[in-house]
Design a protein around this ligand. Sequence first.
Ligand code: ADP
Ligand code: MG
Length: 301
Amino acid sequence: MKIAILSRNPKLYSTRRLVEAGEQRGHEVKIINTLRCYMNTTSAKPEVHYNGNALEGYDAVIPRIGASVTFYGTAVLRQFEMMGVFPANESVAITRARDKLRSLQLLSRDGVGMPITGYANSPDDIQDLIKMVGGAPLVIKLLEGTQGIGVVLAETKKAAESVIEAFMGLKANIMIQEFIKEAGGSDIRCFVIGGKVVAAMKRQAPEGEFRSNLHRGGTAEIVKLTPKERATAVKAAKVMGLNVSGVDILRSERGPLVMEVNSSPGLEGIESATGKDVAGLIIEFLEKNARPNRTRTRGKG
Ligand code: ADP
Ligand code: MG
């Protein structure tokens, strides 16, 4: 197969591993800088141009689109889809996953367990909003945040009010969530490929911190999932329509609760914690599924 990896940085661990895994399995793998792709949408024959040439002959594309370039990145991916190139994740699914409120609405509609979550636009409604999620302590999250930045634990109602007011004053989009204390500063990352959890790790926050992000000094180790956790992760990935995803779960007294579903999950943490060849499994998924014109969206989304 000829595989394109849409990535802005060839040096990233995930990008390097996907190239390595693809080549090991006998494929031709090219890294394409998403932001350097350009397109002509008026022609009846869709093309993506890169460094002066039209990209041709690709069977599959692996989008590794950073949150900050979702808009242009999904447009580039859609163009590949219109050319009939099979995407590891479809553009519509990525767009869906990048919108946190939309994701939570879809997951709740399909009965996936989640922490009680609320959002509002106006500071006038803060009191009732806090009551809705069960009062303090509660977690306040900036919708645009990643790597734990913009996630705040408000221990008292007063603190919650002030922080929510401050964020709203800055016109930041936020959501407010029930604090799952019994998770004990840990969460579970389930790596799901083609409807199966292929690897899972438990991330633990350092002493005195509730955010388990590895970027915030968390540590990771392999974990054995319960059947319920496994089923929850698979269902969350399916609801989002993602073939490859990282489903983050909190272990609560009422069972597994999904926090978020990541459409470009990193490989470094999961491969080093579990020793599994996750990159190889992504390539294997493409081998089984990539046929010309297999994309259902054909860029319609
Ligand atoms: P980000 O997208 O920045 O990683 P998350 O929503 O994943 O933000 O939150 C970061 C971390 O904070 C999580 O990995 C988890 O450890 C902790 N956390 C988030 N929400 C809750 C919650 N409702 N209850 C308990 N801990 C939480
Ligand atoms: Mg997270």
